[in-house]
Design a protein around this ligand. Sequence first.
Ligand code: MLT
Length: 266
Amino acid sequence: MTFKRVQLGDVVLNVLDEGSGRPVLLVHGFPLDHTMWREQIAALAGEFRVIAPDLRGFGGSGVTPGKVTMEQFADDLNALLNALDVSETVALVGLSMGGYIAFQFWRKYASRLRALVLCDTKAAPDSPDAASQRLKLAELVLRTGVAVLSDNMLPKLFDQQTIANQREVVQMIQGVVLRSNPEGVAAAQRGMAERPDMRSSLGQIAVPTLVVVGTTDAISPAAEMREIAEAIPGAKLLVVPNAGHMAPLENPGEVNPTLLAFLREH
Ligand code: MLT
């Protein structure tokens, strides 16, 4: 695996940059890092240039306390592509928070995109109640550490089958959550709490789009993702059996063939 340390203004990002070919940018969810894409990195790197950063505040990247908006994360990705001398258009694959960031990247940098893959994400903003829960959790994490986050999130991330039959996957993700940085976590929570409503913009997305969702996703329900796919002109939808919110990691056997075919086509 080839990793780079890329200085972007006030922060250093840890970035996996593997393989060659047309670039594919993998954007992880919250509170995770690039390792959630291990099955896709393995499947894609023989054919594509796979760029999988740890976002600001996560994994091996630097932390900026306070608040990091989805727009700031998108600005980081744009600066990262510049720093890596990527002049071709990219396919951006984002999961959950990575999808919120993908929407902001599209809004500001659509000309850099050749395709979008939206996995287990939402176009709707937080309800006032959800936003206030998030801000409370952010404060709690800062006071007491990330264990509370692991207790809160882990049960919602996976399908029951994954919990029963893929212990290693669950433990791997739990390890990432437990190693996450409280300041990084709080900053992203504050940013997600004020993310914009993208629902009325979906009809303007002219980039070829694939929507992927686990059948039992408890955070971004399949019905809501179906609505996203129906609102984006020409979008394709893949509903992944035996998978929850972490569909690409839980069931790569279903996700990778469709993902590869889509990326080859676009
Ligand atoms: C994620 O997986 O990125 C989070 O569940 C997103 C969120 O908390 O809304």
